[in-house]
Write a protein that binds this ligand. Structure first.
Ligand code: AP5
Ligand code: MG
Length: 211
C-alpha cells in the first residue's frame, strides 16, 4: 500500500515547491487546501466570497469548510496523496486520520526552518496564474521576466504575500503548530526535514523519508 504524505510547515517553508517536485518525480497526487480555497475565491463562488477576507488577512478558515473541501477533492483509491497545508489544527489532524486516511499508512513531513527567513521568501514569490508553478525573484527567477518557464503563463503575486498578511500568517503558525507536531510525534509518524537547504537537497530527504 502506498504511503500518504502529510506536509507540515510554516508559510514559505517550501511545501508547495516540494509537492510539485514529488508529483513529477514519483507520481504523487497533490491536494493543497490553500490552492483549493484560492480557486474558490477566483471563481467567486459563495464559499469563495465567504473565505476571501479571512485569507487576505492571513487567518485560518474554519475546520468544517476546509475538511469538506478536502474530502471532495481526494480519492485515496487513486494512489498516494500529498496533503499540503492540511492539517492546521489538532481537530483537522484527527479528522484527517479518522475521516480521510482511515487505514491508509501515512507519514508527516515537517519542513523545519527558522521563521526569520520566510518573509523574504514570501514577498519575493511569484506563481504562474495558469499552471501554478512557483518562482522566487531571489532564489528561482523565471527565464523571462513575468512569464512562466513551463507554459508562458503570467506570473502573479499571491494576495496574502503582503508584509502585513505574512506577519499574521507566521503568528498563526507559531500559535498552532506545536500540538500538531506532538500529535504525529506521539504516533511515531513525524519526520523533520531541514527546509533551509537547497530545494534539490530537500527533495532527496523527503524521498528517503517516504520510502
Ligand atoms: P496555504 O496556501 O497553505 O499557504 P501557507 O501554508 O501559508 O504556505 P505557502 O503556500 O505560503 O508556502 P509553501 O510552504 O507552500 O512555500 P512555497 O513552496 O510556495 O494557505 C493559504 C491560506 O489558506 C491560509 O492562510 C488560510 O487562510 C487558508 N488555509 C489553507 N489551508 C487551510 C487549513 N487547512 N485550515 C484553515 N485555513 C487554511 O515556497 C515559498 C517561496 O520560497 C517560493 O517563492 C519558493 O520559490 C521559495 N522556496 C521554496 N523552497 C526554497 C528553498 N529551499 N530555498 C529558497 N527558496 C525556496
Ligand atoms: Mg503552498
Amino acid at each position: 500500500m502506498s504511503i500518504q504524505a502529510i506536509f507540515l510547515g510554516a508559510p514559505g517553508s517550501g511545501k508547495g515547491t516540494q509537492a510539485k517536485n514529488l508529483v513529477m518525480d514519483l507520481n504523487f497526487n497533490h491536494v493543497s487546501t490553500g490552492d483549493l480555497l484560492r480557486a474558490e475565491v477566483e471563481k467567486a463562488t459563495d464559499l469563495g466570497k465567504r473565505v476571501s477576507d479571512i485569507m487576505s488577512r492571513g487567518a485560518l478558515v474554519s475546520d468544517e469548510i476546509v475538511l469538506e473541501l478536502l474530502k471532495n477533492n481526494c480519492d485515496l483509491s487513486n494512489g498516494a496523496y500529498i496533503f499540503d497545508g492540511f492539517p492546521r489544527t489538532i481537530d483537522q489532524a484527527k479528522a484527517l486520520d479518522e475521516v480521510v486516511l482511515k487505514d491508509f499508512p501515512s507519514k508527516a513531513i515537517y519542513f523545519d526552518i527558522s521563521l526569520d527567513v520566510l518573509k523574504e521568501r514570501l514577498v519575493n514569490r511569484r506563481t504562474c496564474g495558469d499552471c501554478g508553478a512557483i518562482y522566487n525573484l531571489v532564489y528561482k527567477s523565471p527565464k523571462t521576466d513575468g512569464k512562466c518557464d513551463l507554459c508562458d503563463g503570467p506570473l502573479v503575486d499571491r494576495k496574502d504575500d503582503t508584509e502585513e498578511a505574512v506577519g499574521n500568517r507566521l503568528n498563526v503558525f507559531k500559535e498552532t503548530i506545536d500540538p500538531i507536531l506532538e500529535y504525529y510525534e506521539q504516533k511515531q509518524r513525524l519526520i523533520r526535514v531541514d527546509a533551509g537547504l537547497k530545494p534539490a537537497e530537500i527533495l532527496e530527504k523527503v524521498k528517503v523519508a517516504l520510502e
